[in-house]
Design a protein around this ligand. Structure first.
Ligand code: HEM
Ligand code: SF4
Ligand code: SF4
Length: 385
């Protein structure tokens, strides 16, 4: 079979996976939950974000209210210092975002190394890249919301970068700021983007999952507890603090970088903006179309599985096992002894042969690989042992 992955890399991953099985058993092996891990952190982000949202005030106003300055920065400060467990919730929100980025990258690496990203999985790959870019942008808007000096620098850097884009740049910058300069409306726009995109992510995930028959989306409960315990350890070991409150009349110049979300800003600060966009757009396209040569290979005609009508008893096993949802169960024609009949959707069939193995009635075949041929080959191999 065609594969662009160095065999040594695949073998090494499988060896690592086997070794982990020996230590934690296959029920708790994180390798088997590579997609479920970012999904787990997403739920944690939603829940912790909801709690933070209850106290967050999206304004930069320096007006005084009840003798206390009330704006985004002070509301975050209030959450962190005054609300019971506020600092913990904030830490959970911040670090589960970082953990989501790490686990997404490991997930992408894993599907690439084990060659599970091409052919009929191209939809998962392409939607996966879009999800990753969205997650990065959502995380960055989270940093603007704190409205400390770092938020101000990042906001200004983003506006300069957008303005450098030909044709669309000015419009995008105005959309980003919700006007022509930083105002209260800017922060409400950031909050809208942060929350709106977070929920739009669910639509992207639906597209990511729609062609998978049984995606593994949740780690086992014991693993959830361990993940949560590790997250809490990090939260207590490295408490989150804000920088100084942003003042739009000043020009702060340096900021601490969170490498998981803010690496584009590092690049932005060190290269020309034209080069920055070239690298960002080029890098995203490269990542998206990494499987392109393989997609091209996959475009070679596939011989779809075929149901032997007079043998099918309508047991559904093939339909349940097909990884690509390529088999529908339809009512059997009048006069049949059975209620259902399997029908293959050729445009979805990858010719993988899983259904042939699933059918106990010899009622589904790949045209160029009959069930009897497979059995004969297996017997021959067994005899040769
Ligand atoms: C928000 C981020 C993401 C989440 C929550 C997520 C979640 C998942 C889950 C739960 C699965 C099913 C895994 C299984 O059943 O074993 C999956 C499969 C897959 N994902 Fe993601 N994913 C994300 C991002 C990505 C990215 C960035 C890529 C690659 C660029 C990617 C590529 C794939 C591929 C190719 C599969 C199919 C693998 C297979 O069939 O074994 N995903 N994803
Ligand atoms: S060969 Fe069978 S199991 Fe594989 S995709 Fe086609 S119908 Fe589904
Ligand atoms: S497994 Fe075989 S008998 Fe059962 S529905 Fe599929 S083709 Fe028909």
């Amino acid at each position: 079979m065609y594969s662009s992955i160095p065999k040594g890399l695949t073998d090494f991953t499988l060896l690592l996976e086997k070794g982990t099985n020996a230590v934690v058993t296959n029920k708790y092996n994180p390798f088997y939950y590579h997609g479920a891990l970012p999904q787990f952190y997403l739920w944690v982000l939603y829940l912790s974000g909801l709690l933070l949202f209850a106290y967050y005030i999206p304004t930069i106003d320096n007006a005084y209210f009840s003798e206390n300055l009330v704006n985004a920065w002070t509301s975050v400060d209030y959450i962190t210092k005054t609300i019971p467990m506020g600092a913990v919730i904030r830490g959970i929100h911040r670090y589960s975002g970082d953990a989501m980025v790490i686990t997404i990258l490991l997930h992408a690496l894993r599907v690439w190394v084990t060659d599970r990203y091409r052919q009929y999985r191209w939809i998962q790959w392409v939607t996966g890249v879009a999800l990753f870019l969205m997650v990065l942008f959502i995380g960055q808007t989270g940093y603007y919301l704190v409205w400390d000096e770092r938020s101000l620098i990042l906001t200004r850097m983003t506006v300069s970068a957008l303005n450098a884009l030909p044709f669309v740049g000015g419009g995008l910058a105005a959309w980003f700021l919700n006007g022509s300069s930083i105002t209260n409306l800017t922060l409400s726009n950031f909050l809208f983007i942060h929350i709106g995109l977070s929920f739009f992510l669910l639509f992207g995930l639906w597209l990511h999952y729609v062609r998978m028959t049984r995606p593994v989306m949740t780690p086992p409960p014991a693993m959830n507890y361990i993940l949560m315990a590790v997250l809490l350890l990090v939260v207590f070991a490295y408490p989150i603090t804000s920088g100084k409150m942003a003042d739009i009349n000043t020009t702060p110049t340096s900021f601490d970088i969170d490498w998981f979300f803010l690496f584009p800003y590092y690049l932005m600060a060190h290269v020309d903006l034209g080069v920055y966009w070239f690298l960002m757009i080029g890098g995203s396209l490269l990542f998206t179309f990494l499987p392109l040569p393989n997609l091209y290979k996959a475009a070679a005609p596939v011989e779809a599985a075929e149901v032997v009508l007079n043998k099918c008893v309508g047991c559904r096993l093939c339909s349940l096992d097909c990884p690509y949802m390529a088999i529908d169960m339809v009512p059997a024609p009048a006069g049949s002894r059975f209620k259902l009949l399997a029908v293959v959707k050729p445009y979805r069939c990858s010719g993988c042969g899983v259904c042939v193995g699933a059918c106990a009635f010899d009622a589904i075949d790949l045209p160029n690989l009959l069930d009897s041929d497979v059995t004969a080959q297996i017997k021959k191999m067994a005899e040769a042992q």
